[in-house]
Design a protein around this ligand. Structure first.
Ligand code: UD1
Ligand code: UDP
Length: 378
């Protein structure tokens, strides 16, 4: 079985690593394609080396750009490569532009397509990721869902039950596989920190960092919290300049983007995490660390109902009040089912079985036409 696995951006490397491992363990001929959506050493190479992900077999050189340019660059480079490779199946992960671009190419090439992290929905159509999620699922034959809410979304949108597989969360696979190594890192000592004496912040969503007025409101909330709990903020390249210009006090310490192991070490020992990241909401749930999500919604509601996450929006007063509340009261420690470190094994089982069952049925087979998914609106 030849499998093309695609990764392009920071969270993709974290998600694809256990999938590549599990498929390789089953004897698959895995071809790893890096789209180069993220290309800085700190956003790409450090993840490959720390996670033990082997060197990509192919780079697409897509780089940065507008949505159209970036998506198109990935598609133009991926199409002839896919044609030359002729895989049995393409596996895409997550919700970034590279995910959708490769899904479009694979579907139009008539290739079996599996989506890892299918079914997540924020119902916020202003998020580029929501467009990528909905469109990628529509193009995919095999929908690999991380949680029951994702399964329910897919069922409500009319996908066939034999397409939907509840497999668990691959980001948790990687977290659990690397947590002991991360805890051995000397990063707390290097930064002069004690466990539980600081908060950790990440910000990179366009809605939070692209408009200086939106960012100023968040910066003000962070400044207030940092007077009571010093904050660390490893910066995403998208937000670095804006954060540096935001006039944050010294109690909000800006750091470069961190490698995976140092970031996990800091996350695991934080008193509180404030974030707009998808993956960080999931990791804090598994680590039992309180998380405040600085967004109006989440596509990962299970981290709220079965985890440590609270969606607090972007109102300054609410953010500060919620930070004080969770620091005083703590949060329940609980973890969603199947977030057990074995999601990639289940994915490899499903993908192998689907390939062996060929010819597979595409979602639009006329003999079993599912109702078209309803448009998702906010
Ligand atoms: C992308 C994803 C987002 C994901 C995030 C993970 C889309 C639409 N967005 O957002 O869902 O949460 O990755 O981190 O796919 N840049 C660099 N170096 C790099 C990469 C980017 O300097 O290695 C800068 C460039 O100025 C670029 C900007 O960051 O224009 C944004 O990068 P891009 O990949 O377009 O989107 P992200 O904000 O990273
Ligand atoms: N991460 C990291 N260093 C950082 C910030 C995040 O290693 O400085 C990791 C984090 O642990 C998680 C992933 O990057 O595994 C999340 O990526 P990001 O927040 O960029 O994307 P999202 O999950 O929002 O799509």
């Amino acid at each position: 079985m030849r499998v093309v696995c695609v990764a392009g951006a920071r969270p993709n490397f974290v998600k694809v690593t256990p999938v590549v491992g599990a498929l390789t363990d089953r004897g698959a001929d895995v071809v790893l394609v890096h789209t180069d959506q993220h290309y800085d050493e700190a956003m790409s190479d450090v993840f490959l080396s720390e996670l033990g992900l082997r060197a990509p077999d192919h780079h697409l050189g897509a780089g940065s750009g507008t949505h159209a340019r970036q998506t198109a660059a990935v598609m133009v480079a991926f199409e002839p490569l896919l044609d030359a490779l002729g895989p049995d199946v393409v596996v895409v992960v997550g919700d970034v532009n590279s995910t959708l671009a490769c899904a479009l190419v694979a579907a139009k090439a008539g290739c079996l397509l599996a989506h890892v992290e299918a079914g997540l929905r924020s119902r916020d159509w202003s998020m580029p990721e929501e467009i990528n999620r909905v469109a990628t699922d529509r193009l995919s034959d095999v929908l690999l869902a991380p949680s029951p809410d994702a399964v329910a979304n897919l069922e409500a949108e009319g996908y066939r039950s034999d397409q939907i597989h509840l497999v668990g969360n691959v980001m948790v696979d990687t977290l659990l596989a690397n947590l002991d190594r991360a805890r051995e890192r000397p990063v707390l000592e290097q930064l002069g920190l004690q466990a539980g004496s600081y908060g950790l912040v990440t910000l990179h969503r366009p809605a939070n960092v692209d408009d200086p007025a939106d960012l100023a409101a968040l910066a003000s909330a962070l400044a207030t919290i940092s007077a009571e709990l010093p904050l660390l903020l490893p910066t995403h390249p998208r937000a670095r300049a804006a954060l540096e210009a935001a006039g944050l006090p010294a109690t909000v310490r800006l750091l470069p983007p961190l490698g995976y192991l140092d970031f996990i070490a800091l996350e695991a020992s934080a008193a509180l995490v404030l974030t707009d990241s998808g993956g960080v909401q999931e990791e804090t749930t598994v680590l039992g660390v309180p998380c405040l999500t600085l967004r109006d919604n989440t596509e990962r509601p299970i981290t709220v109902t079965s985890g440590t996450n609270t969606v607090v929006g972007r109102d300054q007063e609410r953010i500060v009040a919620e930070a004080r509340r969770v620091l005083a009261e703590g949060v329940p420690r609980r973890c969603p089912g199947l977030w057990d470190g074995k999601a990639a094994e289940r994915i490899a089982d499903v993908v192998s079985a689907t390939v062996q069952r060929r010819p597979w049925r595409r979602p639009t087979d006329v003999d079993d036409l599912a109702p078209s998914p309803a448009p998702v609106v906010g």
